[in-house]
Write a protein that binds this ligand. Structure first.
Ligand SMILES: O=C(O)CCC(=O)C(=O)O
Ligand SMILES: [Fe+2]
Length: 238
């Protein structure tokens, strides 16, 4: 298996140098027609496939990640194609992606700052469809500070960096960008490009731009290492 500290050579040219280790941002990772195809397939999924959450709705593909192991389900061909292309870049240390979350955000929707947790190979990859968004990164709450009775930092003070995710782009996060910091999307209808946007050089935007959000669909493509063998699963069911 690839050591977590080694570089992903195929992506090295796309590393965001202004961000902590390591973020890779690939503009136009897919074409407009691939984007349109993926969006068609997302919206062709049967209605019960969607789960409505507060502030976004999602589809889960590949199985439900679980501490005891995920019972794997085959990814549909339209997702497999995209997931395979990312796996072949070496994003998951030579393993293949086996899990995809599809999130849909209307303008004004977002996701609270969070960590992705231990159930995944410590790399997350995201393809954005339909609209841009701004993904914000936060220092974790300093528990020591809280115990000392020092003033807890506000969310705004903990927000130290953002990445602009344009439609059709690929984002790969690993190491500290995955394990150490929290990430989230503000529930807002437009985003201003400030000096906190670390990948602005790789984007078609400049400092001071105000970008209005449309409906964005993201594909969060990951590798879940702990998988229950289908044979055992089938054996138990008999
Ligand atoms: O939509 C995105 O780009 C982020 C989604 C996310 O953070 C997640 O599903 O854990
Ligand atoms: Fe996340």
């Amino acid at each position: 298996m690839q050591e977590p500290s080694t570089k992903i050579l195929a992506l090295e040219a796309f590393r965001v140098e202004q961000a902590p280790p390591t973020a890779y941002y690939v503009p136009n990772f897919i074409t407009e027609s691939e984007e349109a195809c993926l969006l068609n397939q997302v919206y062709a999924a049967p209605k019960p496939k969607w789960t409505q959450l507060s502030g976004r709705k999602l589809q889960n593909w590949g199985g439900l990640p679980h501490p005891k192991g995920m019972v794997p389900e085959m990814l549909p061909a339209w997702l497999w194609h995209c997931a395979e292309k990312i796996s072949f870049l070496g994003a998951f240390g030579g393993k293949l992606a086996n899990h995809v979350l599809v999130n849909e955000y209307l303008p004004g929707q977002g996701i609270m700052p969070h960590e992705d947790g231990p159930l995944y190979f410590p790399t997350v990859t995201t393809v954005s469809l339909g609209s841009h968004t701004l993904l914000d990164f936060y220092h974790p709450v300093n528990r020591g500070q809280q115990a000392d009775g020092e003033q807890v930092q506000t969310e705004e003070q903990r927000h130290f960096l953002s990445l602009l995710l344009e439609p059709r782009s690929l984002l790969v996060l690993r190491e500290d960008m995955y394990l150490r910091y929290l990430h989230g999307i503000q529930p807002t209808t437009s985003d201003t490009i400030t000096e906190k946007v670390a990948n602005v050089m790789a984007c078609g935007a400049v400092l001071g731009d105000e970008l209005h959000r449309g409906t964005r669909v993201s594909l969060t493509i990951r590798h879940v290492p702990k998988v229950l063998k289908t044979a055992i699963f089938l054996g138990r069911r008999k």
